[in-house]
Ligand binder design. Structure first.
Ligand code: NAI
Length: 331
């Protein structure tokens, strides 16, 4: 029996969490979930959207499955996601994007892994208002965090038989900050001559990704570009409903989808649980439940491949519950 932290989140979070835990249970994996609420409702009741008990639970259990949490735009509390990554030093955000059979997109040869630095850059949250008409935000890039993310990226490439790693920056404009990030990439690359190291500016990358995504393999980016580019790569394989992610630290790991809490479809039985389910598959592999992880992934791929029972974001008309039951039938 594994004891793992579960954060059901808000918006569509609780719906997709219920779907995914039902599938995991049906596949015969025994998990004693340590359920921890976080987010807007919790902020009202406990005075903070991320109580210390959530952090302590993950520190104790080491592994968490997390559904999305709403962050107020332009006001209110700091993002729970950003705070969690910082508190637990979850420095690497890994977002693999590979075509899924049955999901039609303009491309059929996408196989990209976005490795996003997760702890600094403009997400350090150091912002201040100067006067009514101006504000500033500080972009932090350090050698320690940059070298660590490139080390992770190269090790990932090596372990997963990847050939090319691109360092993605805007070092022509942000000469000191992105310049330092790139310098760290060049230095770490010297230790990995077997991986082809390339450099690209983020604007050029975006243009090329929507024309020739097959040219890209592993991308290592500072926090902000990584956030934006990983939504773009999610779009290349069928959208946010199928894009998984993992936040990895030296001590803990939090598995969470790329997408947000989708308040526009909350409570309508329309949410696609695929992204969270792929995160769960990745998490099961991480804790050594490889056989059950493969069983779930095969059932999911079968349902997606057949294309008969799909959620609306994938062009189908099945509800979250119907889609979930179809996967369980195929286990
Ligand atoms: P979003 O990802 O929630 O939604 C964007 C669009 O994609 C919406 O039309 C939504 O319906 C659709 N979508 C997303 N996930 C889907 C799924 N599983 N199935 C079907 N359709 C799906 O992005 P948005 O609207 O910008 O953000 C909403 C909230 O989520 C914000 O408060 C934001 O801060 C938060 N957020 C939280 C994240 C996290 O907890 N890791 C990550 C990104 C955003």
């Amino acid at each position: 029996m594994h004891r793992l932290t579960l954060i059901p989140g808000d918006g569509i979070g609780p719906e997709i969490t219920a779907a995914v835990t039902k599938i995991i249970k049906s596949a015969g994996v025994e998990i004693d979930w340590d359920v921890q609420s976080a987010g807007a409702d919790v902020a009202e009741k406990e005075g903070t959207p991320l109580p210390q008990r959530v952090i302590e639970s993950i520190q104790k259990n080491k592994v968490a499955l997390k559904a999305p949490v709403t962050t107020p735009i332009g006001k209110g509390f700091r993002s729970v996601n950003v705070a969690l990554r910082k508190e637990l030093d979850l420095y690497a955000n890994i977002r693999p994007c590979k075509n899924i059979k049955g999901i039609k997109t303009p491309f059929n040869n996408v196989d990209i892994v976005v490795v996003r630095e997760n702890t600094e850059d403009l997400y350090a949250g150091i912002e201040k208002k100067i006067d009514d008409n101006s504000a500033e935000s500080i972009k932090i890039i350090t050698r320690k965090a940059s070298e660590r993310i490139f080390e992770y990226g190269f090790e990932y490439a090596l372990k997963n038989n990847r050939k090319t790693l691109h360092a993605v920056t805007k070092a022509n404009i942000c000469k000191l900050t992105d310049g330092l990030f790139l310098e760290c990439g060049r230095n770490v690359a010297k230790k990995y001559p077997m991986i082809d190291f390339k450099e690209i500016l983020v604007d050029n990358l975006c243009m090329q990704l929507v024309q020739h995504p097959e040219k890209f393999d592993v991308l290592v980016l500072p926090n902000l570009y990584g956030d934006i580019v990983s939504d773009l790569t999610a779009g290349l394989i069928g959208g946010l409903g199928v894009a998984q992610g993992a936040n990895i630290g030296s001590d803990c790991a939090v598995f969470e989808p790329v997408h947000g809490s989708a308040p526009d479809i909350k409570g309508q039985n329309k949410a696609n649980p695929t992204a969270l389910l792929l995160c769960a598959v990745n998490m099961l592999n991480y804790i050594g439940e490889r056989e059950k992880a493969a069983k779930i992934e095969n059932a999911l791929m079968k349902v997606l491949g057949q294309g008969a029972v799909l959620t609306p974001d994938l062009g189908g008309n099945a509800g979250t519950n119907e889609f979930t039951d179809e996967i369980i039938k195929n286990l």
